[in-house]
Design a binder for this molecule. Sequence first.
Ligand SMILES: [Zn+2]
Length: 233
Amino acid sequence: MSLSFHLYQLQKLDSQVRQATQRMGEINLLLNQNELLLKAQKHLDDAAEAQENIRGKLREIEISAYNKRIKMEQSEAALYGGTVKNPKELQDLQTEIALLKKTIGQIEDTQLELMVAAEDSDQNYREAEAHLNTVKAEQASKHSTLTGELKTLRSLLDRLEIERNALLPQINPGLLESYNQLRAAKKGLAVAAVDEDCCPACGSTLTAAEIQSARATAKIVNCPTCGRILYAG
Ligand SMILES: [Zn+2]
């Protein structure tokens, strides 16, 4: 067994740890993302506000229409009741009734428009509510998948740590130190397994002699180009 064998095993474990840790970071970010939910909630709040606004206007206009009708009934009762005899007063009553009729007609037109707008706002509200529920359901399902993945990654990390702890005592402390230094300097990859006649980490071609030395059990050979420890099975 070559000297680099255990280092290569360690590198494989460490790469897995690194990958799992990165993925866990991504998952935590994803779990904290709730822009879509906030947006859907805001949309629903706005729809509710618009709905309430139109309903308020409708209530006001209904009261106004009711008051005008009462006023008109009173004026009509006065006009036809026979108590008012004065032609000028009768004339004034007729003018007033005509004006009230016109006003009531205008109010009813506005009322109709508001009723249509109210139906639209009800529809908007129902759609916003349904959308929010969809977003909530999708998020819940996504969260459950991500939480499951997180759990799997946690047990993977536990297992890797056990394997790592079992492996470490088999590695010479000096080698371990250069391994750690290389890992820190080379983006987490200190050991490269020779692929055909290349260093897979940097792609440079290795001579037959270099590969032969890497295979030898007695020493550690580094890639002449990138400096990584070569492992040649
Ligand atoms: Zn290399």
